[in-house]
Design a protein around this ligand. Structure first.
Ligand SMILES: Nc1nc2c(ncn2[C@@H]2O[C@H](COP(=O)(O)OP(=O)(O)OP(=O)(O)O)[C@@H](O)[C@H]2O)c(=O)[nH]1
Ligand SMILES: [Mg+2]
Length: 403
């Protein structure tokens, strides 16, 4: 059975560039993430190609020589899909497809594909479908879709699966329809949120795969889907949680990623409303990831795009059990100490200063420092709660830690 499963993976090649903004190391890290995305979508990466270019070739993105190299590899190894780390213009996509004669995806279409694969509820499916059509619209003419749709697999799930619709008008009508449908659901969801009363609302936010759902499960004893793949969670889950004697609502929602397609941010507006309307954000970070600081920046950028950058926030550094750092030998005088030599205590010091004490270091998996976490969340929620229920203060006795 296992063997069959491995056979089902599509052969994929990745292409990235090295330029002034991203040196070789950065470019490689981005390709690591792209490989994880491909794997999540059902692809096995056979090879990576990178090229040093400052301005992409307007016709083929990478240079002609490199393209020939890729084409030879694709032909020889029967590669089904080539994924570019950067967004391709419709013209580039079309030209490259002509040369390579296989499916050409970019980061955006790969992420959209994973979302399509993962969308469970009709609401999530509608949101993804809208985002996919919006991505598709400028790319309709001459796209590989009409040749390859029937084959299925990576990049093929979603709107085109059932019908080949190459007519822009049909797509535009469909977009209008989906928007209307979403509007109706949005209204229902807004009412639902309104009906929840004045309880304090706390939202877990963070980069994808950092452990938001795991943490949600640990604190609320609920059963939210958590998995070592990207975008395990698409729909928002809201649970009532009680710490000590204090009830509040906790929501777990879609994870963020570098260069999250704008089409997705827009069509997931209502899912993100949960974050927008929260009183307190728990920004979960995977401290064991080498790029965690960049992840924090990506999340902050998306938060500011949805106007939530100024909300009270606790930084939750998760996966401390998995954190590793490099050491410098006492006789090594040449190596300069940098962040990769930081211990967890060094990071604690740094972030406690930066966040004015609003930072926690935990392992949701091993349940490390969870009592400290609960205590801090309790304090923060309580601060907000007492402003809302000023006469109820006596209802909350001294906090007794349960863990
Ligand atoms: N080592 C370690 N692994 C963890 C910890 N917390 C979560 N994980 C693992 O990290 C992976 C991702 O966890 P999820 O809870 O699905 O992450 P998420 O942030 O909800 O991810 P998305 O829904 O995809 O955005 C899973 O394999 C978890 O078991 C932790 O404290 N330590
Ligand atoms: Mg999740």
């Amino acid at each position: 059975m296992l063997e069959k499963k491995t056979l089902d993976y599509e052969k994929v090649v990745l292409i990235g560039v090295i330029n002034q903004e991203q040196d070789e190391k950065k470019s490689n890290e981005y390709l690591d993430e792209l490989e994880f995305l491909s794997y999540t979508a059902g692809g096995e990466v056979m090879k990576r190609f990178t090229q040093k270019i400052d301005t992409p070739n307007p016709k083929t993105f990478i240079g002609r020589g490199k393209m020939d190299e890729v084409a030879a590899y694709v032909k020889e190894h029967e590669i089904g899909t080539v994924v570019f780390d950067d967004e391709l213009s419709p013209a580039q996509q079309k030209n490259i497809e002509k040369i390579l004669r296989c499916k050409i995806l970019d980061r955006t279409s790969l992420i959209l594909d994973i979302f399509a694969q993962r969308a469970q509820t009709s609401y999530a499916r509608t949101q993804v479908e809208l985002a996919q059509y919006e991505y598709l619209l400028p790319r309709l003419a001459g796209l590989w879709t009409h040749l390859e749709r029937q084959r299925g697999g990576i990049g093929m799930r979603g709107p085109g699966e059932t019908e080949i619709e190459t007519d822009r008008r049909i797509v535009r009508d469909r977009i209008a329809l989906l928007k209307k449908k979403l509007e109706t659901i949005d209204k229902q969801m807004a009412t639902q949120r309104g009906n929840r009363g004045a309880l304090v609302r706390v939202a877990l936010v963070g980069y994808t795969n950092v452990g938001k759902s795991t943490l949600m499960n640990v604190i609320s004893k609920s059963d939210v889907f958590a998995e070592n793949k990207l975008f395990a969670t698409l729909d928002t889950t809201v649970r009532k949680v009680v710490i000590g004697n204090l009830p509040f609502l906790l929501s777990d929602t879609v994870g963020f990623i570098r260069k999250l397609p704008t089409q997705l941010v827009e069509s997931f507006k209502s899912t993100l409303d949960e974050v927008r309307e929260a009183d307190l954000l728990l920004h979960v970070v995977d401290i064991s990831h080498p790029n965690f600081e960049e992840h924090i920046a990506s999340v902050k950028k998306i938060l500011s795009e949805i106007d939530t950058a100024d909300k009270p926030t606790l930084m939750i550094f998760n996966k401390i059990d998995q954190y590793t750092y490099e050491t410098i030998a006492p006789d090594d005088l040449a190596t300069e100490r940098s962040e990769k030599h930081f211990t967890i205590d060094d990071w604690k010091h740094t972030w406690m200063n930066r966040m004015n004490g609003q930072a926690l270091f935990i392992s949701a998996l091993n349940r490390e420092n969870l009592s400290e976490f609960r205590k801090k969340v309790y304090e923060e929620v309580r601060k907000i709660h007492v402003t809302r229920f000023p006469y109820n203060n006596f209802l909350y006795p001294e906090y007794v830690d349960e863990l």
